[in-house]
Design a protein around this ligand. Structure first.
Ligand code: ADP
Ligand code: ADP
Ligand code: MG
Length: 472
């Protein structure tokens, strides 16, 4: 059994994993770069170890981190998301050093991290994939010829890409010629591989993904879908489970396909199979994420299953706690990513000191945050500083509860996406459950309507000053 876990991550996901450890009676070990000396995960873990002055590289040094796990007597390592979570090297080193890696096998991570290989594996398993190139593109001329066959618009994608980067829509041949080299160099710079491929651009796509869990004993289950269509620049902002845009028959089909996808690659642990749904109602496999996902909280809300706990159980060699027929969904859940960004200034990151913070409360509200009053958000990392997850029995109640919980949240000192979400929640199409991945771009007015929180404080201060001046 696992007794002590090193968490090779930071921020809210490190805190999330520490909480799972605490509930299971497992000792948690945090790591932190100098810039994270005052981070919440350092305070919450049972032990915390400094990994030096390099703010990002420190969290990417697989050898050093596993050494630390061995030296501190850990028997397992949780990679979280981002950083090394999808780097097969970490899983491999863990195996060599007899540290249980809480995730799938290194080979599966490697295969699914390569989008071209993942597409091939899914095609072989009879799962529909987005029409596109069979392998990596050899040249611009090959891309032009292929796009001519598939039909524009097409997507150029980095084969090893992630985090919404290395993706470019090309509406015609001129754009394909213009962007080819750009995507190539972006792929090389961001992912260390110049491999790129081409896909048909799905019309009015909805991003629908399925959470799966698989153990070592041949049990694979799905935990229904999440609708992640509310995105900005291919990055998720709001996620919803179950999707208000699909019916029960589609739900069953998707679950079956996701389980089939996992089985096809002999998957173990928690994973996500991402699909695109087009305007005609067809689903296409897009990619598989071999790690815990940011938005796992909404699935936990509708199913009642603690996914991180299951991850740890699976890595311990235990069978899944639930058979498929024991898993059901109840109500609706929505996660809103509270990013330290200024919506009015093109979502520019807004790092700095959190002068005041109140977590929201009340029925159906969950916060996963990495901030506290007085905390200074370092400028080196992701701008997501908290996640708000809201649950309600019905979709209309969920909408009202999400607005209420956002208004109930207090994050001062930095700009956040909260006021933007308050506007978004008012849009009739969103309320009607009708939105695709173009929603944010199609609603530029939301940014104009957005009033920022500091303004509210300023207004109060101005009102007080005016009152004083008038002798009121
Ligand atoms: P999720 O589906 O869990 O929301 P994201 O795509 O938002 O996943 O990724 C979660 C985090 O991991 C983000 O900080 C993102 O920038 C980072 N990330 C994901 N894939 C990669 C990758 N291949 N390389 C570097 N960072 C990545
Ligand atoms: P990442 O690894 O960065 O998450 P994905 O392949 O999952 O990359 O794509 C991220 C997002 O880009 C999707 O959620 C979707 O909004 C958009 N996208 C990707 N491929 C296509 C496509 N073929 N057609 C339309 N949109 C796409
Ligand atoms: Mg993706």
């Amino acid at each position: 059994m696992i007794k002590k876990i090193l968490i090779a991550n930071r921020g809210e996901i490190a805190v999330r994993i520490i909480r799972a450890c605490a509930e299971a009676g497992i000792t948690s070990v945090a790591i932190y770069a100098d810039a994270d000396r005052h981070a919440l995960h350092v305070k919450k873990a049972d032990e915390a170890h400094n990994i030096g002055p390099e703010s990002i590289a420190g969290y990417l040094n697989a050898h050093r981190i596993v050494n630390l796990a061995v030296a501190t007597g850990c028997d397992a390592l949780h990679p979280g998301y981002g950083f090394l979570s999808e780097n097969p090297l970490l899983a491999e080193i863990c195996q060599q050093r007899q540290i249980r890696f809480i995730g799938p096998d290194a080979d599966v991570i490697r295969r699914m991290g390569n989008k071209v290989e993942a597409r091939r594996a899914m095609q072989a398993a009879g799962i529909p994939v987005v029409p596109g190139s069979d392998g990596n593109l050899g040249s611009l001329e090959e891309a032009v010829a292929l796009a001519g066959n598939i039909g524009y618009p097409v997507m150029l994608k980095a084969t090893s890409g992630g985090g919404g980067r290395g993706i470019r829509r090309c509406n015609n041949e001129t754009e394909l010629r213009r962007y080819y080299d750009r995507v190539l160099s972006e792929a090389t710079k961001a992912f260390g591989s110049a491999d790129i491929f081409l896909e048909k651009c799905i019309d009015r796509p909805r991003h629908i993904e399925v959470q799966i869990l698989a153990d070592r004993h041949g049990n694979t289950v799905h935990l229904f879908e999440r609708d992640c269509s509310i995105q900005r620049r291919h990055q998720k902002l709001i996620e919803i489970a179950p999707s208000p845009q699909i019916n029960e028959q589609q739900r069953q089909w998707l679950g079956t396909m996701a389980v089939r996808a996992a089985r096809a690659v002999t998957y173990e642990n928690a994973g996500t199979v991402e699909f695109l749904l087009d305007a005609d109602g067809s689903f296409y496999f897009m990619e598989m994420n071999t790690r815990i996902q940011v938005e796992h909280t909404i699935t936990e809300n509708i199913t009642g299953i603690d996914i991180v706990r299951e991850q740890i159980r699976i890595a311990s060699g235990l069978p899944l706690s639930y058979a498929q027929h024991e898993i059901s969904l109840r109500g609706y859940a929505m996660e809103l990513r509270i990013n330290a960004e200024d919506p009015k200034n093109d979502f520019l990151p807004s790092f700095g000191r959190i002068t005041r913070y109140f977590a929201p409360g009340g029925p159906g509200v969950r916060t996963d945050a990495a901030i506290y009053t007085g905390y200074e958000i370092p400028p080196y990392y992701d701008s997501m500083c908290a996640k708000l997850t809201v649950w309600a029995l019905t979709w209309p109640e969920l909408l009202n509860r999400a607005s209420r919980a956002l208004q109930d949240t207090g994050v001062y000192g930095v700009r956040t996406t909260i006021p933007y979400y308050l506007e978004l929640l008012k849009v009739p199409a969103f309320r009607a459950g009708d939105f695709d991945t173009g929603f944010v771009e199609d609603h530029p007015e939301l940014v104009r309507y957005t009033t920022s929180r500091p303004t509210r404080e300023l207004t109060a201060a101005l009102a007080a000053a005016v009152s004083a001046h008038l002798g009121l």
